[in-house]
Design a protein around this ligand. Sequence first.
Ligand code: AMP
Length: 406
Amino acid sequence: MAKLLRGFRDLFEEEAAKLTEVEKAARKIFKIYGAKELRLPTLELKEIFIKATGQTTDIVQKEMYAFEDGGGRLVAMRPEGTPGVARAYIENNFQANPLQKFFYIGNMFRAERPQAGRYREFEQIGLEYIGNAAPAADAEVILMLKEIFEKLGVKNYKVKINSIGCKECRPKFRQDLIEFFSSQKDNLCEKCQTRLEVNPLRVLDCKIDGPKFTNAPRQTLCPTCQKHFDEVKKYLDGKVPFEVDPCLVRGLDYYTKTVFEFQADINGAQNALAAGGRYDDLISSMGGPKVPAVGWALGAERVAQAAAFEEIKKESIFVVSVEESANNYAFDILQNLRKKGLTADGGLFDKNLKAQMKQANRANANFAIIVGGNEVAKNTVILKNLISGEQKEIALAELFTAFEVK
Ligand code: AMP
């Protein structure tokens, strides 16, 4: 049966155009910051995501579209971009030039419970700044995101940041959380009861339990992480309003030090527009060199929804022929309009005038050009403004001056 899968969507003209606008804005900012495009495969070995995204994450445990391919390999449709970027970085030996700024644009797949703003296939635009351990890199990537939002007219969003420490200081925090939440186990939601042992940080950002436990232990950063975090904040001061949220943690295992999220009040619960952080240990943990990295991904659909697009103005022309003897004349006009870069359509010359005009209206054309034997003889056209209804006969030579090519 011809039926769309749950959580998947067909995007027609307007929605597709909005995503293109988000991509365009992001590309402009990427260019200014010297980020290079990396087009990644949709399918990767499943183990890449197990290793990078983390065995204990919801994404890996239950949301991956994973299967055995014809060759007996366990593969998965990518649920996020960072593991693929890390894999590509490792495989292509960037040791000689370890500092790299990559961006990617592509669809991701997660078998989550669909709801408004949450789909099973969605577009992410991501940025990964690899090779710079300095706090300036964290600030830079956050500011890039802010600039993209600015370009798109996204307003009323909040930037939340936090530091979740490193291999030195996180284990103690983790242990403190396990102890604290174990004593409250009966008060935890079902999901958090199972999360508790494997990923206790996630309890803090659980929509149900997070707000309940305002007295949960807080992270004490080691001096190195504290200094790093203080410097990031200093770089951001006065450039983007942000809040430090000690309960902000990330769903993925690979983050270290800085984490951040851009949130807006759309779609009720689905308020994360973009998220990211530093992941200094990821590339080495996947068998690569020891290089630090920081990055983010934005959800293109959610950002498109929060953006304020100017109405995309278009001028389109529909060419109508009312007599067979004028068909060639009309067809040439149609092709010449297109050659000039104008949006033109028509060519339904086997239909009568009424049917052709009906289609011109359906296609939302602004103008119709109507020709018959008379116009061919005089080398003219009838130009009809479909909005005002006004029409006049003009010389063919004048036709192109009547339209400004933008
Ligand atoms: P994450 O990779 O989970 O940190 O997500 C980064 C961004 O992608 C989020 O802030 C959302 O804007 C977007 N996103 C994540 N999951 C979905 C989804 N299922 N549907 C639509 N957008 C999503």
